[in-house]
Design a protein around this ligand. Structure first.
Ligand SMILES: Cc1cc2nc3c(=O)[nH]c(=O)nc-3n(C[C@H](O)[C@H](O)[C@H](O)COP(=O)(O)O)c2cc1C
Length: 191
């Protein structure tokens, strides 16, 4: 059993990464293998709307000069997918949006690619817009027929400077509970 997490922040090892690592730690404590992929520094362009993926239906994007196909493959192989993003101007980061648009079109072109996998969104902000980020990421899971577990609060953290989110005790506990709930659900679905 494996969960892959993507950090859509342009800042490596920042607050989003801290939240994601907390979820992954809880998953590992339940015996689930994890991997964290940080998009910071990667050049990921958005979908060009060429629709080639709807003709080839091969779970690949025709754009081959970045890592999106590798990321789609990681999603295909995983039992659970976590997408984490900071809030930029009231919405997810452009890196995360590009990944969602590209991976989302490819997986929609090949129906059932992500069906019954477990998905969770994690969002962080200094002050406002965090729920919009959280909600928008969840659209990716829901339209892919994935199963979305809850936690003891919505999966958000509040912080600005790198590391500040650790002071958000409720946010950190929400990540612990999310990891436990994801592990519980993945194990049930594997039976
Ligand atoms: C371009 C940009 C836009 C931002 N817009 C918002 C915003 O709309 N609302 C907010 O509360 N914080 C905003 N922030 C603050 C980040 O969400 C916050 O610093 C967050 O902790 C960054 O996460 P990271 O450390 O994972 O990069 C913005 C930061 C940047 C760089």
């Amino acid at each position: 059993m494996k969960v892959v997490a993507f950090n859509g922040s342009a800042r490596k090892d920042g607050n989003t990464a801290i939240l994601l690592k907390r979820v992954l730690k809880a998953l590992e404590a339940e015996g689930i293998e994890t991997e964290l992929i940080q998009l910071a520094g990667e050049q990921i362009r958005g979908c060009t709307a060429c629709r080639v993926c709807f003709e080839t239906k091969n779970q690949r994007c025709v754009i081959n000069d970045d890592k999106v196909n590798e990321y789609i493959q990681k999603m295909v192989e995983a039992d659970g997918i976590i997408l984490g993003s900071p809030t930029y101007f009231g919405m997810m980061s452009p890196e995360m949006k590009a990944l969602i648009d590209r991976a989302g079109f490819v997986t929609r072109a090949t129906p059932d690619t992500l069906k019954y996998k477990v998905g969770a969104a994690v969002a962080v902000a200094r002050r406002a817009g965090v729920m919009t980020t959280f909600d928008a990421i969840n659209h990716f899971f829901l339209i892919n027929q994935m199963i979305v577990p809850g936690s003891s609060y919505w999966n958000i953290g509040i912080g600005n400077k790198r590391g500040e989110v650790e002071k958000d005790e409720e946010g950190m506990k929400t990540m612990d509970d999310l990891g436990k709930n994801m592990a519980w659900l993945i194990k049930k679905l594997k039976v």
